[in-house]
Design a binder for this molecule. Structure first.
Ligand code: DX5
Ligand code: ZN
Length: 219
């Protein structure tokens, strides 16, 4: 029925010493690879620096969906776009000039994404909806994989979908997405699903991506 959906596995909890092999397990069944960038300031965790991220983007056989959980994000976001990320998402809480950043991202050729932490309401930023290609609604507090899906964010997903109307903006959820929760998010209106531990803790990550897609398409 509704097939316009995307699965974007997060490699945060994959084996970082063997990333190309980890990505190879999921690439053919996935739409984009979700890359979580953390600076130990915006969130209390640290992941890849830009040089390492640039290499991951260059080596990745499918487009990278960069999720930037970093302070002073506006300048570096453009570097991710120039490095070839298919989609670059900035947290609205970390941006000083979001409109300008979204416009520059699109000009460079990346999809522009706006992320909201659980405590941030969409209504404050509805004027930016014309500037973005994806809205990321966090379903955990950003920082770590393996947390519990916040079902109470589904109200925000529904309100966002109504505000978006017929604009071609993807609605992504990130955090705690699994075979149990993906249907809840899909029913609320999400169409783009990050799954980290559900995919990489599974004995067959590629198969899990297919199963998640099937579960979300089933509705
Ligand atoms: C958390 C990250 C997520 C994380 C999701 O801040 O943004 O992308 O990797 O991991 P799971 O699916 O395990 O919640
Ligand atoms: Zn993420």
């Amino acid at each position: 029925m509704f097939n316009d959906l995307r699965i974007t596995p997060s490699i945060l909890n994959a084996d970082h010493t063997n990333l190309n092999a980890e990505i190879a397990k999921i690439a053919k069944d996935s739409d984009l690879v979700h890359l979580d960038i953390m600076d130990n300031l915006f969130v209390p965790n640290l992941t890849w620096d830009f040089a390492a991220a640039e290499k991951i983007i260059a080596d990745c056989p499918i487009p990278v969906d960069a999720h930037l959980m970093i302070n002073d994000v506006d300048r570096i976001a453009l570097d991710y776009a120039r490095a070839g990320a298919g989609s670059v998402t900035i947290h609205i809480e970390a941006s000083k000039s979001p409109m300008q950043t979204f416009r520059s991202l699109r000009k460079i050729g990346a999809r522009a994404g706006m992320a909201l932490k659980p405590g941030t309401e969409i209504e404050l930023y509805s004027d930016l909806l014309n500037e973005i290609d994806m809205l990321l609604i966090m379903t955990v507090e950003p920082g770590f994989g393996g947390q519990k899906f916040m079902t109470d964010m589904m109200n925000k997903v529904r309100r966002s979908k109504a505000l978006i109307g017929d604009r071609p903006i993807w609605i992504q959820v990130d955090g705690g997405v699994s075979m149990e929760t993906i249907a809840i998010a899909r029913e609320a209106g999400a169409d783009t699903f990050v799954a980290g531990s559900a995919v990489f803790n599974s004995p067959d990550p590629g198969e899990m991506v297919k199963m998640l897609r099937h579960r979300a398409s089933d509705l």
